[in-house]
Design a protein around this ligand. Sequence first.
Ligand code: FMN
Length: 186
Amino acid sequence: MLKKMETKVLMAYASTHGSTQEIAEIIAATLREHELSVDLQPARQVRTLEGYNAVVLGAPLYMFHLHKDARRFLSKHRKDLTGSLPFAIFAGGPFAKGDEEEWQEIHRQLDQELAKYPWLRPVAVEMVGGRFDPTKLRFPWNLIPALKQMPASDLRDWTAIRAWASSLAAQLPRPGRDGQPPLAMI
Ligand SMILES: Cc1cc2nc3c(=O)[nH]c(=O)nc-3n(C[C@H](O)[C@H](O)[C@H](O)COP(=O)(O)O)c2cc1C
């Protein structure tokens, strides 16, 4: 029997309050609509990148840094991510409707974070709005009174997120289209 070879994508995410996980779920669903096979997993649970043709990492910024699970993921899988495995990252962050200058500042935060991994060569980098709910802050953030005074917000733009995932799908390698054999015997 002949089986069509699939591009297998790992969609890994770091998330403390759940908003990045929800974005990762939408990205995974969009990639699947583009006929990619996608595994959705918390970054801290990923043991190996073996068997994947591409990796997408979702990570919010916390206190100017990528979420710790994302930093650990990048360090742990450095060897695989240094090679030819296509890698893309989206970072969640801004939750207050700031002006253009603030967004640029947050882009700079992300650039600075990624510069710590000079061996990483992302095929795509995206900054997306975040979500903030002062009533659902988790430890240790729930101990900071100033955070509890801030208004709730959700700046995630689902149309833009889906569009980014669709453009990413078009960039990922497809067996048969990129010089690999289209069919495998099983
Ligand atoms: C304590 C705290 C610190 C944050 N620090 C930053 C930051 O430095 N830069 C930024 O762009 N967003 C920051 N954010 C916004 C988060 O990245 C945003 O709320 C994101 O959606 C959270 O993702 P999660 O729900 O998956 O944990 C911060 C949020 C919290 C609660």
